[in-house]
Design a protein around this ligand. Sequence first.
Ligand code: COI
Length: 357
Amino acid sequence: MASSIDVQITTKKKQKPLQHELGFGIHFTDHMFIMNYAEGKGWHEPRIVPYQPIVLDPAAKVFHYGQTIFEGLKAYKTSDGQVLLFRPDRNFKRLNRSNERLGVPAIDEELALQALKKLIVIDQDWIPTASENSLYIRPFVIATEPALGVDASTQYQFIIILSPVGNYYPEGVNPVKIYVESEYVRAVRGGIGEAKTAGNYAASLKAQENAKEQGYSQVLWLDGVHRKYIEEVGSMNVFFKINGTVHTPALSGSILDGITRSSIIQLLKHWEVPVEESMIAIEDLFNAAKNGQLEEAFGTGTAAVISPIGELNWKDEKVLINGGNTGEISQKLYDTLTGIQRGALPDPFGWMVQVND
Ligand code: COI
């Protein structure tokens, strides 16, 4: 399959940013992968080209009806020069689940992985090596048919871009403050909450802006029906350690099935730390915090990795978690997960995939 991917190398290489100035998702490498879809023809013309703007008709359906999907994963360079991906098969599987929900034709997962590997090899000098830095990978699909009728597009593009990144939150592995949203909702069961699609993020922006004005990094969403059960943070799944057991909201159909989330559950089980996936009422969480039983809270995600939560605000009631400090299990999970991802620790679960083999 890989040999059918056409490659056009740029003659104008960009200047690479300094490692300590990376930020998140603002610099992009020299090349990108792109592939087209047309009804009757299927996915075709897989190619790697110089990083460039894409030209779309103003009537392209993605602009009007939001038919678009994205993924996020990372590549790491180990101290001996290997390039590793973390569970990429999971991302392409999830991409196709999101595609299914949004009426987008499935992508050949094997071709997508081969294209990604080829792209990374070409741009491997862009992979930052400093601890906490990595190469963030953003595969996405857009509906490109120029037509205003409300139905699934007959034309698409699948694109992969690469961005050398630092921490998602400026706080790094230090705790973030999270605002529990009780006015707006992000998703409802049967909706598109489980899909990694733009609409879920668009729905979150106003609430996030309000939270930021009050000094909070992100919003914690409650379920859209009862406004009672904890779902997820805008860019992360969430975990709470209460009386020695780690709790996380069960996948309900409106929560993202996070790859970091499932890896963390696997790690905790491996360490024989009790872990429970269930419905968690916000009121019970705040009661646990007030009774001194909420020992730690943290978010998980590709971009955020493990992000400890130091404070929660629900309807102006604030609780400080672990004195606002990073907890023991959050730190251990962060160290272990990033150690495996960077090839500094053994990979007992076979999560890592070598790119330059
Ligand atoms: C990720 O962790 O990859 C995400 O998709 C979160 C965010 C940057 C949208």
